[in-house]
Design a protein around this ligand. Structure first.
Ligand SMILES: NC(=O)C1=CN([C@@H]2O[C@H](COP(=O)(O)OP(=O)(O)OC[C@H]3O[C@@H](n4cnc5c(N)ncnc54)[C@H](O)[C@@H]3O)[C@@H](O)[C@H]2O)C=CC1
Ligand SMILES: O=C(O)C1=N[C@H](C(=O)O)C[C@H](O)C1
Length: 269
């Protein structure tokens, strides 16, 4: 039996699930000990390696988190909000580090994580990449330097299968801009313009979402002034950047006290 932390991946057949499984299998710092899919999914009960179109790897895909979590040290979860809350309760009982990449979480979902974080480490971020997390810091700094004569818009583009908008990353960037300005995003958020919207509210932080094709994820933070504009941009071309961040978070969490953390904590930014 290896001493390397054992990791479970939820949403194993998903875009991020498969990326994570490949990364962990190739890693010298962790081992893959479980794979979870939703009840009724045709991968459940199958060997994971074969389900992914390769050689058998001895990991059976299960829809039972209790089975998968026994003997694990961390779970990496890129699924859907309700599923993530259910996983958080079980991960807390098993004292596993829970890395949450799932976006589209509402206030109730986020509130439900609080009691879980009393028992286990939770690392949650709408974007696990180094580049985006650094961009949040730059956004905060620029927003702090400019007054409300500068309109702030977060523009994001993603593939045509994405189900939530604005993206988790866009919301992180919007929160960073709000923090820099010393306001709350909840009170100044403007999104979903259509029809006779009226003029832009001074001081609003706006969101625009593009969906199409296979775009991995692109984010601009636009500061639009009179006669000049500043654009801070991140372009993701490979989902591996998110998977690498998530694995880093799972390993980082192994010696931390229970609580809620984000990627700024993990990356030391
Ligand atoms: N934080 C970050 O860095 C990133 C976050 N994401 C987010 O991760 C989530 C997943 O993204 P994708 O992999 O592109 O989606 P996807 O749709 O390809 O995969 C989601 C998987 O979760 C599975 N699933 C749903 N409910 C489940 C349940 N109750 N139990 C087990 N499995 C369940 C689905 O069957 C599917 O295989 C989205 O919320 C997305 O926005 C995606 C990329 C990066
Ligand atoms: O759904 C995606 O694909 C992505 N989701 C995250 C988000 O909502 O920001 C991160 C990344 O942009 C890809």
């Amino acid at each position: 039996m290896s001493d390397l932390p054992g990791i479970v991946v939820t949403g194993a057949s998903g875009r991020m699930g498969q990326m994570l499984i490949r990364l962990i299998q190739d890693s010298a710092k962790a081992r893959l000990v479980g794979a979870i899919e939703r009840e009724g999914h045709d991968w459940v009960g199958r060997d994971l390696g074969e389900a992914m179109g390769g050689a058998a790897n001895g990991v059976l895909v299960t829809d039972d988190p209790l089975v998968a979590f026994s003997g694990a040290q961390a779970v990496i979860d890129f699924t859907a909000p309700d599923a993530t809350v259910a996983f958080a309760k079980l991960a807390a009982q098993a004292r596993l580090t829970h890395v949450i990449g799932t976006t589209g979480m509402g206030v109730d979902h986020i509130a439900a994580l609080k009691p879980c974080a009393r028992h286990a480490v939770i690392v949650r971020a709408g974007n696990m990449s180094l580049g985006v997390n650094l961009l949040t810091q730059l956004t905060k700094k620029v927003a702090a330097a400019l007054d409300t004569d500068w309109d702030i818009e977060v523009i994001e583009a993603h593939h045509n299968k994405k189900v939530d908008a604005p993206s988790g990353t866009a919301l992180m960037l919007g929160e960073a801009a709000a923090e820099g300005r010393g306001i709350t995003l909840a009170e100044h958020r403007e999104s979903g313009r259509d029809g006779m919207t009226g003029a832009r509210a001074k001081g609003a932080i706006g969101f625009s979402a593009i969906r199409g094709g296979d775009i991995v994820g692109e984010h601009d933070v636009l500061f639009a002034g009179q006669g000049e504009r500043i654009v801070l941009r991140h372009i993701a071309t490979d989902r591996a950047i998110f998977a690498r961040g998530a694995l880093k978070a799972a390993l980082w969490g192994q010696d931390k006290a229970p609580g809620e953390y984000d990627m700024l904590d993990v990356l030391g930014l």
